[in-house]
Design a protein. Structure first.
Lengths: 313, 371
């Protein structure tokens, strides 16, 4: 079974002084799939990825990556891993081709194979007409394609992408994901961290991280189906008043405004949540239409990340 | 009026913020107090244009009472400290070449007779003319007045006691003194600064995070970063020596191959100092500052600006730690005095020790930085 797992961690923990950045994380990430880390900034996504790459030593716990122990066997893993850092980390004063040639030499690719591979990548990542351009002058989307080309140059089995699309326009983001699916088709395992819901939804599997802990994990649609809350949508002309009324009523965990609508997450123990909220709104003399709704990934995220903070007044 | 007040308020806000930056950046903050402190101490204590206690050797072939008095009188001026007794002028010359002494007093067999005649100098002062400051200080000894002990016997003596023989730079031209030393100073500037900044730049720009996930090993990375600058350093040194030869007619007395070999040890030491700085500094700016702070004592204490012998003991101890001090002895020895590698081996060992210690420290620090 473990042969089918690309990554497996048990109690993986990393502390920086008093701060626990990653707190006993258990993961089972299958091969040949895109697995996502969804979480806000500071939730431990990057730290987890760095531990899995062997860049950081865990304070506690164990991690097996492609059947090898990290950080013990981190050096053996180097050739099998590709890592795309959050910040553009290629050389801005080198050209697109020079950057790729440099990486090819670092990975000891034979000269002929390297040349051929670079030609393939230039076409695949639409960098052909930018070959001699310095990386620093590329646009956000082009830089990101170059970074991914660099990370996949040595055809790694496992690819770590740390918030790869944060500096990229929506069209480039869509193209980028198409490329990721192609890579998975060819047998690559991809671990991607993001704070975009739409990106998280595209993953085959997902772990939601909050303050260093995995608060929910599974396939995105299963997570949405199994959400531990009822979702109620409220349409009103007086959203502020409605919000105050909803937040005051028992069983409501959170209220968020989405355009003209409010989305309320209600404790699953409450029977007929929509009816209960409609009554609460009538009581406060707020005119509103109330209806149950299907959970979105954002709802899952809110439900999963808000609960532990409940004791606050 | 209120426009002025608002404007002043904004100036104050920026000044306050700037102080906060300094407060956060402890290294830069430390420089504010550290640089004047270091400069004052170095210039005040260590730098002494009034040179004293030059290491001297004596070859007293006369061995008479008055020859011993002469040496004692010379010593009493405090300009020289006699550290070696040589048996011949030839031995004095080789001590000079090795750099073991910078002044030699040669008193010939017929010292008494010459003295009696008084028409010409009765003894010789051999000086390493490679350093003009040393030369100037020793000149004062030439007209050493006869001491009281000798009574009236030599009252009629009109010729100076000593004849001065400046070795290695008989015409006393300053380029001869400066150009070889400049090799060391420029190599220090290039090698320390370039390497110090090179690795910090990778870290600052985020390249390092990518590099350490590749199969590159720490020593490979360090070596690869250093090698181009070794070549650049050698090219610079060749250029300086060539310019010195063509424009200023600076002779190269020793073997060029020995010089390049000797320089290798210095290049290694200077580069590892740069590496060490780059493992400590967080930003390129900090690396610049630290490199600058390491230049000051090297340029002031190494013997480039002021003679080593003129400095007090603690400054000399500090100078012994600095790579440039040893390289200047090597380059002046080989270029000016025609010394061999064997003559300057102590300096080469010192540089190799510096290299080993600094490289080990850099490796240890770099490993830690990954975490």
């Amino acid at each position: 079974m473990s042969a089918e797992l690309a990554i497996r961690t048990r109690g993986l923990t990393r502390r920086f002084g008093a701060l626990t950045a990653v707190d006993h994380v258990d993961l089972e990430i299958p091969r040949r799939a895109i697995y996502g880390f969804l979480g806000p900034n500071g939730s431990g996504k990057s730290t987890t990825i760095r531990m899995l790459c062997g860049l950081l030593t865990p304070s506690e716990g164990e991690a097996t990556v492609l059947g090898l122990e990290v950080p013990r066997d981190a050096e053996k893993l180097r050739r099998k891993l590709g890592y795309m850092t959050q910040r553009f980390s290629l050389y801005e004063d080198l050209s697109v081709r020079e950057n790729l040639e440099f990486l090819a030499e670092i990975y000891s690719l034979p000269a002929a194979a390297a040349r051929a591979r670079i030609e393939v990548l230039l076409d695949e990542f639409q960098l052909r007409d930018r070959t001699e351009q310095r990386a620093g002058t590329l646009s956000g989307g082009q830089k990101q394609r170059l970074a991914l080309a660099g990370a996949t140059l040595h055809e790694p089995e496992l690819l770590f992408l740390d918030e790869p699309t944060s500096a990229v326009d929506p069209q480039s983001r869509r193209d980028f994901w198409e490329t990721l699916y192609d890579l998975v088709e060819r047998g690559t395992t991809i671990l991607v961290s993001t704070h975009f819901m739409d990106e998280a939804e595209r993953c085959h599997g997902l772990a939601i991280l909050d303050r260093g802990r995995v608060v929910a994990a599974g396939a995105p649609d299963r997570l949405m189906r199994d959400i531990d809350a009822a979702v109620v949508e409220v349409e009103t002309d007086a959203p502020r008043a409605a919000r105050t009324a909803l937040e005051a009523s028992a069983g409501v965990r959170s209220v968020a405004q989405v355009g003209v609508r409010l989305r309320a997450l209600v404790d699953p123990a409450v029977t007929d949540p929509a009816g209960r909220l409609a009554a609460a709104l009538r009581e406060s003399r707020v005119d509103a239409r109330v209806a149950p709704a299907r959970a979105s990934l954002e709802d899952v995220f809110v439900a999963a990340t808000q609960r532990p903070a409940e004791p606050a007044p | 009026m209120s426009r002025w007040r608002e404007s002043l308020g904004r100036v104050a806000a920026i000044a306050h913020k700037e102080l906060q930056h300094l407060h956060r950046d402890r290294l830069t903050g430390g420089m504010v107090a550290g640089v004047p402190l270091m400069m004052t101490l170095l210039f005040g204590y260590a730098i002494n244009q009034d040179v004293r206690h030059l290491r001297a050797g004596v070859a007293d072939l006369a061995g008479t009472q008055s020859s011993r008095w002469l040496v004692a009188d010379a010593q009493a001026t405090q300009v020289i400290d006699v550290v070696v007794a040589a048996r011949s002028v030839h031995e004095l010359e080789s001590l000079l070449r090795e750099g073991a002494i910078s002044v030699g007093i040669a008193i010939p067999h017929d010292f008494e007779r010459r003295r009696g005649r008084g028409d010409r100098a009765s003894a010789q002062l051999l000086v390493d003319g490679g350093d003009p400051v040393v030369l100037a200080a020793v000149k004062g000894l030439v007209s050493l007045p006869p001491s009281d002990r000798e009574g009236t016997r030599h009252a009629m003596v009109s010729a100076p006691v000593f004849e001065l023989r400046a070795y290695y730079n008989p015409e006393r031209r300053s380029p001869v003194h400066i150009v070889p030393a400049l090799c060391g100073v420029i190599l220090t500037l290039t090698l320390v600064l370039f390497t110090a900044v090179a690795i910090v730049r990778e870290r600052e720009r985020g390249n390092l995070e990518l590099l350490i996930t590749t199969p590159v090993q720490t020593p490979e990375l360090m070596l690869g970063k250093i090698l181009p600058y070794v070549a650049i350093g050698y090219a610079q040194m060749s250029l300086i020596l060539l310019l010195g030869r063509v424009l200023f007619d600076v002779p190269i007395a020793g073997n060029l191959g020995s010089l390049y070999l000797g320089a290798g040890a210095f290049v290694a030491a200077a580069l590892t100092l740069g590496l060490l700085i780059s493992t400590v500094a967080q930003t390129q700016f900090q690396a610049f500052q630290m490199a600058f702070v390491s230049f000051l004592p090297q340029i002031l204490l190494s013997g480039f600006m002021f003679p080593y012998d003129g400095m007090p003991r603690p400054a000399q101890w500090l100078a012994e730690v600095l790579p440039l001090t040893h390289f200047l002895r090597i380059v002046r020895g080989i270029v000016l005095r025609g010394a061999t590698l064997g003559d300057v081996r102590a300096e080469i060992y010192a540089l190799l020790i510096f290299f080993s210690v600094a490289f080990t420290l850099a490796l240890l620090r770099f490993r830690k930085r990954l975490d």
